[in-house]
Design a protein around this ligand. Structure first.
Ligand code: HEM
Ligand code: HEM
Length: 258
């Protein structure tokens, strides 16, 4: 057996310095790690939201792209007998409504769920150690560091990405999306009362469409990097990744400190 496995037991606060100093681990988490068990990170509502949200966003991207760049006319029937764009828009709005309810549900869970359920909604901007660890993660992703670190929740780079593209990015998509919807729903409708002011703010509908459309590309870029990183980290990091978003448990591959 290698020496690495039989390191003497340490005080729990000495374990996972990075996780502790970036404020990402509770004392309970540290104790759990000391016992070499897994840490329960993502509770069921978070996991359910993750996959429903991922599916809704995928549908929104495909249908949104087709709304912005419609298919060529299909001469399969009389124009009045076709409803292709209608179905595409229906799928967009149905997914949008699921996304909206899901996002509010996720915000609610940030209040009633565990510590990790809150991580995505704030960035500890004044924690110098956090930014240092984020640079470290950037270097790790760029293959400039040899040994990865352990994190209980999101690593600092993932944390910043989640906050930027999901917390801020999805809010932007919801606001611009509902403002576009308000145009169709008409004056005095609920979407118009809630979001109609956005059209006044950006001044015209075309600009609102363009902003909403650009937002999609930002989310597409996030999705590509996110899925790559999840799989890459599952293979290369020292902890579980994809299964963590399925079971909720983060398991660690070794007992090494730091
Ligand atoms: C991640 C979320 C979303 C993505 C990626 C997305 C994507 C898009 C894209 C690319 C367009 C075409 C814009 C253009 O070029 O004209 C579009 C249109 C639209 N989206 Fe979204 N969208 C999202 C969320 C929403 C939400 C939450 C709503 C709220 C109901 C919404 C409502 C609309 C409406 C009303 C249109 C205009 C439809 C039309 O002009 O026929 N979207 N969306
Ligand atoms: C096959 C597709 C996907 C896989 C395998 C996957 C995997 C994962 C994993 C492993 C995590 C946890 C990362 C960590 O522990 O730091 C995670 C978190 C997350 N993913 Fe995905 N993901 C996928 C698709 C998506 C899509 C399409 C989106 C939305 C654009 C998305 C948004 C998120 C968000 C917001 C979190 C943070 C969850 C939270 O803290 O509440 N994921 N994903």
């Amino acid at each position: 057996m290698s020496e690495k496995i039989f390191q003497p037991a340490r005080e729990s606060h000495e374990i996972f310095e990075a996780s502790r100093l970036t404020g990402d681990a509770t004392l309970e988490d540290l104790e759990s790690i000391r016992r070499r068990t897994s840490v329960y990170v993502y509770e069921a509502p978070v996991r359910l939201w993750h996959w429903v949200n991922a599916l809704a966003i995928t549908i929104l991207c495909v249908t949104g792209y087709l709304i912005g760049r419609p298919l060529p006319t299909m001469q399969i029937a009389e124009a009045t007998d076709q409803f292709v764009m209608g179905y595409i828009r229906f799928a967009h709005f149905a997914a949008a409504m699921i996304l909206t309810v899901g996002f509010f549900g996720r915000i609610y869970w940030a209040f009633v769920g565990n510590t990790h359920a809150r991580q995505m909604f704030y960035v500890p901007v004044f924690n110098r150690r956090f930014w240092k660890e984020m640079i470290f993660e950037l270097r790790w992703y760029a293959f400039l560091e040899e040994n990865p670190k352990k994190y209980v929740g999101h690593n600092p780079l993932a944390h910043v990405a989640m906050f930027t593209f999901i917390t801020l990015g999805l809010t932007f998509m919801l606001v611009t999306g509902w403002a576009l919807y308000a145009e169709g729903a008409g004056q005095g409708s609920l979407p118009d009362t809630a979001m109609g002011w956005v059209l006044g703010l950006v001044q015209n509908s075309q600009r609102l469409h363009t902003l909403h459309h650009l937002g999609m590309w930002a989310i597409v870029i996030f999705m590509i990097i996110h899925i790559y990183a999840a799989i890459r980290e599952d293979i290369m990091s020292r902890q579980s990744m994809v299964s963590t978003m399925i079971s909720g448990h983060r398991t660690f591959k070794d007992d090494r400190i730091e």
